[in-house]
Design a binder for this molecule. Sequence first.
Ligand code: PMP
Length: 435
Amino acid sequence: PDSFPASRRLFERARKVMPGGNTRTTVFLDPFPIYAVRGEGCRVWDADGQVFYDCINNFTSMIHGYGQPEQVAEVAAQLPLGTAFGAPTESEIELAELLTGRLPAMDQIRFANSGTEGVMMAIKAARAFTGRPKIVKIEGAYHGSYDFAEVSLDSAPGNWGDMPVSTAYARGTPAGVLADVIVVPFNDTEALRAVFSREGDTIAGVLIDPMPNRAGLIPARRDYLEEMTRIAHDAGALVIFDEVISFRLSHAGAQGLWGIRPDLTALGKIIGGGFPVGAVAGRAEVMAVFDPTSGKPALPHGGTFTANPVTMRAGLAAMRALTPAAFAHLDELGDMLRDGINAALARLALPGRCVGLGSLFRVHFTAQPITDYRSVWPGPVEKRRLGAFHRGLLDRGVLSASYGLFALSTPMTRGDAAEILSAIEDTLGEIARQG
Ligand code: PMP
């Protein structure tokens, strides 16, 4: 830790004015986090003047890294004109046109300021549309901090029966919240069918991230998603995709990649070009719950900074630069790293597997077949190895998420990816030697 004296000093200062020195649980690191000072392309400099390859990219949102000229130009042009108005702007129409153009099943969209809000609005829209209270969600999947979306986020082994028990993530969660969230195991069609046959007429929708990061970054099977759509629709319930992260998988998001047509989609992260953003998109019939033109809508929704033109302009620049060629580049780098890491694990006889798709991957230090959240639940050895992996990469100039997530960015070259892979191979070698 003493290789980061300036970050340590900043953390000591932060502790006095923020609980645990922290204002965002996800960036907490024991004993203290590395404080960022600036970024350029795929690199970030910290308070101690050290440079890192950034494989977190603000938890997947900075898909073009830092200082991308088109985004900078759009934002610089908007700043002197005004950053937020109590009136709509043309920019929101442009971004709405672009996004609905990329997602064939999504006719309309509505913006917000975070992915949490995007998911919250999607859940509330499903309830408003169906007039039903319950949602179904996947065990271990993260969807932001709306109470209902948080249920069973860190469901521990004691709660894993045939059917998961709905557990509170935060202390003090009302029992009513748990009662209105049904948790199901991932990629398990029969469990979903059982839930719907038992209480289908109370279910507003199924919330699913097609490659849930915190639940292991394991892709959903297409047949599972197809059956999910059929089962939900037969019961009059909706399918809600959380594409806050997975929209970075292809030009048409995960739904394009899997060929599924959800009823609603929550978006966030990359669509704001580095600024706070969220959105809910959906079929016109469902999105009508927000429509205020004939009096109070079924679902009113505001937001002081919603669709502010800085976010909208930055988002437009980011999205326009995300061409099919940009996705092909990200896919190539992702494949190179996944293949390289799996080859290294095999060579070192270190139990583990690198999973993910496109620009996203995670390393799990388990010898078990990787199928779902439960299969990657880390025991003491896996926890120690994950910690050593994160720390070893930090020492070799690579930033990753503490739980093993990596997100690549478009300014990375094949040369950069080779250097990242070499740092990962060195770190894995060290872990193998330590046993
Ligand atoms: N859904 C998913 C899948 C996410 O990964 C996140 C954030 N990491 C959210 C929702 C919430 O987004 P935000 O942090 O912008 O509220």
